[in-house]
Write a protein that binds this ligand. Structure first.
Ligand code: PXL
Length: 275
């Protein structure tokens, strides 16, 4: 069960997202976690202004060259927020060279939420991300990202037919698994759709009105950790959902903590869910 999981995303020094979330969650899931920072920002970009941004694209090839020399390989490659279009090409190289036989490429397109792209991205980036998504074994978009990737209209309220069309359009091949988050058919509930082998499964859970920033990264990291513990995609999707809900509940009522999720005190709960 001791697996090497490589994750490529940014370091937002402050703000509880991307690598500062993925590393502790994957470690708690028992994974040897290898990090590849795509950029270093003083904070994340959602709600802070004047943040610093150092792009690390140039370092990615040098790091990959060294790993090639040392023959360092991985059992999973999970990508999150990337800093630039050029980095997407680097992902193809690393996935092509460094993954063990059968190791999944898991892509969280991490570029949009609530109907809008994050501030640094544009439609060129969406086009490049679509190419990467087509290569993924498992894709973890929210509804906004799925709408941008497919060119379908983003809807605040929708029915099962809309969700079916969204995952079908998104699906690059019949082996690919799509885990679509934030699918809500009723006011009081939300949930996750898992599209696998042409079948749709839905896990519904309570919806907490006041969401918080960073839940997508908490969800994706817990999903990868559960999957790499041998859970099926649907079971991993359920475990990640239950853990994320517990983290949001733990963050509620603290208005000073608008920028992230207090996920750390709930790591014990995640470990219990994995048993
Ligand atoms: O949580 C996604 C994310 C990751 N990294 C950075 C972000 C965001 C979302 O806004 O700004 C830098």
């Amino acid at each position: 069960m001791y697996k090497k999981v490589l994750t490529l995303q940014d370091i937002s020094c402050y703000g509880q997202c991307s690598l500062t979330v993925a590393l502790p969650i994957l470690s708690a899931c028992g994974m040897e976690t290898i990090i590849l920072p795509s950029a270093i920002l003083s904070t994340h970009t959602a709600g802070f202004t004047g943040f610093t941004f150092r792009d690390l694209t140039e370092d990615l090839d040098k790091i990959a060259d060294h790993w090639a020399k040392e023959n360092i390989n991985f059992d999973c490659f999970y990508t999150g927020y990337l800093g630039s279009i050029e980095q997407i090409d680097k992902v193809f190289r690393i996935a092509g060279e460094r993954l063990n036989e059968g190791a999944p490429l898991i892509v969280d397109p991490a570029m949009a939420d609530n109907g809008a792209l994050y501030s640094i991205f544009d439609m060129e980036y969406v086009k490049a991300m679509k190419k990467l998504c087509d290569k993924a074994d498992i894709l973890l978009p929210n509804i906004t990202e799925a709408a941008f990737l497919t060119g379908m209209e983003y809807k605040e309220s929708y029915d099962e037919a809309y969700i079916k069309e969204l995952v079908e359009k998104l699906s690059a091949n019949e082996k690919q698994i799509i885990v679509l988050t934030g699918v809500s058919y009723k006011k009081e509930t939300t949930g996750v759709v898992v599209y696998e082998n042409g079948n749709i499964q839905y896990y519904e859970h309570i919806r907490i009105e006041k969401g918080c920033h960073g839940t997508g990264d908490v969800y994706a990291s817990a999903f990868v950790g559960a999957l790499m513990n041998g859970k099926t995609a649907f079971d991993a999707a359920k475990i990640a959902a239950d853990y994320t809900v517990s983290c949001i509940q733990n963050t509620q009522g603290d208005d000073s903590h608008w920028y992230g999720v207090k996920f750390e005190p709930m790591l014990g709960h995640l470990i219990e869910l994995l048993k």
